[in-house]
Design a protein around this ligand. Structure first.
Ligand SMILES: *Cc1c(COP(=O)(O)O)cnc(C)c1O
Length: 388
């Protein structure tokens, strides 16, 4: 094994690199989760987290991965046999569909080519055709982390409204929250699902559900079995800054610090930074003469870029060379895309030189793997970084 020095480059699209400030905030004595000091922390994070979701309503925080928060959204709002509309945008959308089926829901799964997001036109057509209003929810992955494609949630909302359909809108923002523009309330989302280890710059371990009034009302009628994920006792205990069970105390210290960092930078600046780094990344990819997987420029992800290689190259071989030589982790191609793409994460705790280093490592790795690229790709990105 090669000995590496300096910091590892964790350029996968989550988990992302955790800022020292957050690590230090977590490294504190664990306190009594039923004591008065805890209530202050609880009330503080429950309030501070709301602007990141763009909501003034409740945000439920679980000690869980994102997958747990997916389940929470479904079991709190739906009943056995309910129909839901979902879209094959990539690996994560497919996993979420599998969960919905496993829970006893009937999923209308609109096929896709893993290069595009949810088509608002198809949402409008499917809902208009559902005259009986038997579709109870529309499930959308905002940023499909397996493909680097961002679906246009406001247009999807408009399509639901245009059809005059009462379905709930459930949106997975697991890899978009705190990185790209998102507005739970303004966009009329009913449950926004997220977790800690991507744009929020935390280690894995917290899951989130932002909940609309309509979703709360649906929870009163929903009959899927639920216990641990049940919003009701959590929201009750949250009134006083507590949880009905032991919350992830130290992760909440970290969450508070990460939220303060996002406040300090200002969300509009956070979003602009991600857009700019994504644009520079695409300039490098296109400069190399390679293809960005996302096929529609309105859906380019500012969180990550998936790079498509020709059939003659194995993307995992490129990743292994880069890990071995330059100590950088890149995202692998998931399921259908295995060996075909690698993914560059440019989200979270990240700056111009992190991107410059990342792209330099990718360029050298491609060259070492024998991929025929134009080395002007890197300078195309640096030109953009230098410009502002
Ligand atoms: C990472 C991810 C998930 C899964 O989250 P876990 O924390 O691994 O359970 C789901 N959806 C999207 C879009 C993701 O990026």
């Amino acid at each position: 094994m090669t000995t590496h020095t300096g910091r590892h480059f964790l350029q996968i699209p989550g988990p992302t690199s955790v800022p020292d400030r957050v690590l230090q905030a977590i490294a504190r004595p664990t306190i009594d989760h039923r004591g008065p000091e805890f209530a202050e922390l609880g009330l503080d994070v429950l309030e501070r987290v709301k602007p990141v979701f763009g909501t003034s309503g409740p945000v439920v925080i679980y000690p869980s991965s994102g997958t747990g928060a997916w389940e929470a959204a479904l079991v709190n709002t739906l009943s056995p046999g309910d129909r839901v509309l979902a879209f094959e945008t990539g690996h994560f959308a497919t996993l979420w569909r599998g969960m919905a089926e496993g829970l006893g829901l009937e999923v209308d799964f609109v096929p896709g080519d893993w290069r595009r997001g949810v088509d608002p036109q198809v949402v409008a057509e499917r809902l208009a055709a559902d005259k009986a209003h038997s579709i109870a929810a529309v499930m959308v992955v905002h940023n499909e982390t397996s493909t680097g494609v961002t679906s246009r949630v406001p247009e999807i909302r408009a399509a639901i409204d245009e059809a005059g359909h009462p379905a709930l809108l459930l949106v997975d923002t697991i890899s978009s929250l705190g990185s790209i523009d998102y507005r739970h309330e303004e966009w009329g989302v009913d449950v926004t699902i997220s977790c800690s280890q991507k744009g929020l710059m935390l280690p894995p371990g917290l899951g989130f559900n932002a909940v609309s009034e309509k979703a709360l009302a649906a929870a009163g009628r929903a009959r899927l079995p639920r216990s641990y994920w049940d919003w009701t006792p959590i929201l009750e205990a949250n009134q006083h800054g507590y949880w009905p069970y032991t919350p992830a105390t130290n992760m909440l210290y970290g969450l508070r610090e990460a939220l303060i960092m996002l406040e300090e930078e200002g969300l509009p600046n956070v979003f602009a930074r991600h857009d700019r780094h994504a644009e520079a990344t695409r300039a490098a990819v296109q400069g190399w003469g390679l293809e960005v997987l996302c096929a529609d420029e309105r859906e380019y992800s500012s969180v990550l870029t998936a790079v498509l290689l020709g059939e003659e190259h194995d993307a995992d071989k490129v990743r292994h060379i880069i890990l071995d030589r330059f100590d950088m982790s890149l995202g692998t191609g998931l399921s259908k895309l295995a060996g075909r793409v690698f993914r560059i994460g440019h989200l979270g705790h990240f700056n111009d030189l992190t991107l410059a280093g990342t792209l330099a490592g990718v360029q050298m790795g491609l060259e070492l793997a024998g991929v025929d690229i134009n080395p002007a790709g890197l300078s195309a990105a640096l030109d953009l970084l230098r410009a502002e």
